[in-house]
Design a protein. Sequence first.
Length: 174
Amino acid sequence: MKKIVLSRQEIAKKVRELGQMITRDFAHDDLLLIGVLNGAFIFTADLAREIDLPLQIDFIRVASYGAGSLSSGTITFTKDVELPVANRKIMLVEDIVDTGRTIARLQQHFLRHGAASVHICALIDKKERREVEVHPDYVGFEVAEGFLVGYGLDFAEQYRNLPDVFHLENPAHP
Ligand code: IMP
Ligand code: MG
């Protein structure tokens, strides 16, 4: 069973607002958007088109979830960015910040590689489950709990193509 949590209209409106804020805040910067694959592929594509600035886009891929809905706790880099990051202003674009482990690790990774700054834009912040201290700079929605799918978010690689975000009530038996 799945219940709608965020409609495509709500998402589009919020993404437009995030794009406008980023446009204003980075008006004088040479921004590099880095989408975190796979979950943020749709969000990154939509957000990029709402930012009215010259910018570059790259992607990184990390695996933290395996095939289930529980975090494995370890993060492996399965695809690095290809553009140079030294002295760049980076905006990490993430689907969900949950425990915070993935995004904290990525922020640390790019700072260690000489980025001038690393900001975070997350579509969804699941604050209640935070295990490491990390505060996304731009947040679309705060969601208290539950496993979400759609708009890029998956359960066992399914549901990414749904245009809205749904709560999957029993991820083990969808
Ligand atoms: P964190 O390291 O615990 O913050 O995990 C973040 C990653 O787990 C995100 O990049 C998501 O891909 C995935 N994730 C967390 N919660 C959900 C969810 O409700 N649905 C789908 N993926 C999720
Ligand atoms: Mg992800």
